[in-house]
Design a protein around this ligand. Structure first.
Ligand SMILES: N[C@@H](CCC(=O)N[C@@H](CS)C(=O)NCC(=O)O)C(=O)O
Length: 236
């Protein structure tokens, strides 16, 4: 679909190994939309996953011993290195890749709407994090679904209407962040999506994009877990 570049990406993640099971730290979600966009645009990239040890210590030294050695201005995970361009902040990374492929929106109005949606998606990821890491998860879950999650889904469903993509007829970077936000919500309460058929169809549309389909079928794809094993949902 797009010409391959010589991009060398270092998408760094914590990796947690526990007996024969394995799961990934929080940045699975923050890195997932970057992976989807890289796959969609056909960029070649190298992914590095940092391991961290089993409970009770959850040793993170593999990352922390080299955190300040990569010449990153704001060292964090995930990070991205493409020649002289060294970035952290997952959305900045995503938009850097999107910019190269004209996936930021085609005019001023589209770019503005995309950025509004970008923050909406990040807000959804944030509230998902708040609930999944809450020690009162079981008690708060039902209320979260009806009072916070479903109203957000309703707004997005209305915004999307009958369009294929959130900016209309063309895929943009923001579709991949929104997909990731919806994915977490879907795992939490699949039946909530019965009321928002167009969002379900949107997710299927993303998964059906040829490069994404191939990626999902590959052994590189991380379907689950999506947050850290210390979370009360989505991490174990
Ligand atoms: N806003 C940042 C958040 C990055 C972040 O919080 N990274 C977490 C993992 S998800 C971390 O543990 N970073 C490693 C560190 O603090 O050194 C982004 O979107 O990239």
């Amino acid at each position: 679909m797009f010409p391959h570049s010589q991009l060398q990406l270092h998408l760094h993640l914590y990796y947690y190994i526990y007996d024969i099971f394995s799961s990934l730290f929080f940045s699975v979600q923050l890195a997932q939309y970057i992976r989807f966009l890289l796959e969609y645009t056909g960029e070649e990239y190298v992914e590095k996953i940092y391991k961290f040890g089993p409970a009770p210590d959850y040793d993170t030294s593999q990352w922390f011993k080299e955190k300040f050695t990569h010449g990153l201005d704001f060292p964090n995970l995930p990070y991205y290195i493409d020649g002289d361009i060294k970035l952290t902040q997952s959305v900045a990374i995503l938009k850097h890749v999107a910019r190269k492929h004209n996936l930021l929106g085609d005019n001023e109005a589209e770019v503005a709407r995309a950025e509004m949606l970008e923050y909406e998606a990040m807000d959804m990821l944030m509230i998902f994090g708040n609930i999944t890491y809450s020690p009162n998860f079981e008690k708060e879950k039902d209320n979260f679904i009806t009072e916070k999650m479903e109203p957000k889904l309703a707004q997005h469903s209305q915004f999307l209407g009958g369009s294929d993509w959130f900016l209309g007829s063309k895929v943009s970077y923001v579709d991949f962040i929104l997909y990731e936000a919806f994915y977490g919500f879907y795992l939490l309460s699949p039946s909530s999506f019965d009321k928002f058929e167009n969002l379900k169809k949107f997710m299927e549309r993303v998964e059906g994009l040829e490069p994404i389909k191939k990626y999902i079928e590959s052994d590189r794809y991380i379907k689950y877990p999506i947050v850290s094993p210390t979370a009360y949902f989505g991490g174990k």
